[in-house]
Design a protein around this ligand. Structure first.
Ligand SMILES: Cc1cc2nc3c(=O)[nH]c(=O)nc-3n(C[C@H](O)[C@H](O)[C@H](O)COP(=O)(O)OP(=O)(O)OC[C@H]3O[C@@H](n4cnc5c(N)ncnc54)[C@H](O)[C@@H]3O)c2cc1C
Length: 488
């Protein structure tokens, strides 16, 4: 695996204009590494097709420092792009004066180290490819999300992704041991260390997790691995309402302890949409319910009685009226079926048509309270709106998604007001309006209203210090216009 060479001070990129830039980049990147005009289309719009203008070009290098340096000299923005599955419009150009820097050709996977529990990878590695590569080694990289067939390591780090196993293994910043980053002036920071404990100063590796490409380009990482579970117990559980689901979640956390690795929820509206639009998907229980939970316990040892723990928990849940129905997966095929029902929730809703997506987190004990209060707000603002909350019960992360009433098109001007009201509610409850997808371009205005001035100023100061010319992904995460920076 080649490491980045420092480009700060290099003479290859002594540029002054955009046309010089395109000539130089196409010259040193070649036809595989430089795309322009119509060829940029597959990279130009975000996954939800809400953001993105045609960029100056798409650079697909095998090393990024020279590209960053050249763009900086020409005053052209650099937009790092991984799998472009982000949901806040952060991996596409906001203005035409930008180069999309795709990591899609930096896909090397190094040797896993079972003693340390780590693996070096390039930032363009697709998450599902890493999962497959680890299978023969009895090790896992425990990040799982619906977009894992496309999302790349650099993008997962850029958004500090969470996913369905964050409850047990943490978010991306908990899974990154070391990083290599190309800074906005082309300097390379080599922090490729493979240790958990490293308190030699500020936690720089964490700074780049969730920075959404605004502070530099992540080029390589050393990721933390865990032993592959040799045993799983999975159940699809029905609860009478959200309050019961939250109470059952609390019970499970105590009963299953460290074995609890998945605690997801979704509701019957979402199941209905998934079944309507995905004809090969079947409903695995006899009767439909109100709220569903997907519970998974895993363990590295085959000697722990996981089925017993889960079976006992279900019995207790039923006795306490928290669970009305449920089924234990009796095979890997059952398990896959249960997970698919959960993971197709976004797709079912997308296929229904227009939607408003919100990514909220609240302290897990307040999840039901949030859903009830949010329903009152949304029903008041948009009578008949179809509300489809689903997500990660274990860590209080709600994908709070809305679809217009049947037969009605458009959310009109209400969309912004609803987003503001939900963000205010989450903030009041001690939660966040941007749980795991970041701010991107879509949520900067929410941050302006719902994060303190001190917090926003700290971020603007960090940005101004590391990227004084605002080359890296301008318009994303932090509004870096100089007049907004206050040092009071
Ligand atoms: C169906 C579906 C389900 C999803 N489920 C989840 C979920 O459960 N949990 C979750 O957290 N997210 C989820 N997401 C959102 C998305 O998959 C994640 O945000 C993911 O981390 C994005 O990875 P990517 O490679 O596609 O990044 P991109 O979209 O390409 O980029 C995302 C951000 O990272 C920056 N970036 C990309 N590469 C680099 C780099 N090398 N260096 C620095 N910055 C970089 C970009 O500039 C941008 O700001 C889902 C998305 C979809 C479509």
């Amino acid at each position: 695996m080649q490491q980045e060479k420092n480009a700060a001070g290099s003479r290859t990129t002594d540029l002054v204009s955009m046309s010089d830039l395109t000539v130089t980049l196409s010259g040193f990147l070649g036809t595989k590494g430089w795309l322009s005009g119509l060829d940029t289309r597959p990279y130009a719009r975000d996954w939800l097709d809400r953001f993105g203008v045609e960029p100056l070009g798409v650079a697909r290098p095998t090393g990024t420092a020279e590209v960053v340096k050249a763009c900086g000299k020409a005053g052209v923005a650099v937009v790092p792009q991984g799998g472009n599955t982000g949901l806040c419009g952060a991996a596409v150009a906001g203005l035409p004066n930008a180069v999309i820097l795709s990591l899609s050709r930096m896909t090397a996977i190094g040797q896993p180290d079972p003693d340390t529990g780590s693996i070096p990878v390039e930032a363009g590695v697709v998450l599902a490819t890493l999962h497959e590569a680890l299978e023969p080694h009895g090790l896992i990289f425990p990040m799982h999300l619906g977009a894992e067939g496309s999302a790349r390591i650099g993008g997962l780090i850029g958004t500090n992704a969470g996913g369905s196993h964050a409850l047990r293994y943490g978010m991306m910043h908990d899974l990154v041991l070391g990083l290599e980053v190309v800074l906005p002036d082309g300097t390379v920071w080599n922090g490729l260390r493979a240790v958990q404990k490293d308190n030699a100063g500020y936690q720089l590796r964490r700074l780049f997790c969730g920075a959404e490409g605004t502070l530099g380009v992540v080029t390589r990482a050393i990721l933390k691995l865990h032993p592959a579970p040799r045993q799983r117990a999975t159940a699809l559980v029905v609860a009478p309402d959200f309050a019961a689901a939250v109470a059952f979640g609390t019970f499970l956390r105590h009963e299953a302890g460290e074995f609890l690795s998945g605690l997801e929820f979704f509701c019957d509206l979402g199941v209905g949409l998934a079944l309507k639009h995905l004809p090969d998907l079947a409903f695995p229980l006899e009767k439909r319910g109100a709220v569903y939970m997907l519970v998974e316990l895993t363990c590295g040892s085959p000697r722990v009685p996981l089925d017993e723990i889960l079976g006992f928990s279900l019995e207790q849940g039923m006795e306490q009226g928290l669970v009305t129905d449920g089924a234990l997966a009796m095979s890997d095929a059952h398990r896959a079926h249960f997970w698919r029902l959960r993971e197709e929730q976004p797709e079912g809703q997308r296929l229904e048509g227009e939607q408003l997506k919100h990514n909220i987190s609240v302290p897990p004990g307040k999840l039901a309270e949030f859903i009830a209060a949010a329903e009152a707000i949304c029903a008041g603002m948009l009578p008949g709106v179809r509300i489809n909350p689903f997500g990660h019960l274990g860590d209080g992360n709600i994908h709070y998604n809305l679809t217009p009433p049947e037969g009605v098109a458009g959310f009109g001007g209400e969309a912004g007001e609803i987003g503001q009201a939900l963000a205010a509610l989450a903030t009041e409850m001690g939660g966040s309006f941007a749980a795991e997808h970041g701010l991107g371009r879509a949520k900067i205005a929410l941050a302006d209203r719902h994060r303190s001035r001190v917090e926003r100023d700290l971020m603007a100061r960090l940005k101004a210090t590391l990227d004084p010319s605002a080359v890296m992904n301008p318009g994303v995460l932090v509004d870096s216009r100089p007049q907004r920076i206050s040092f009071e």
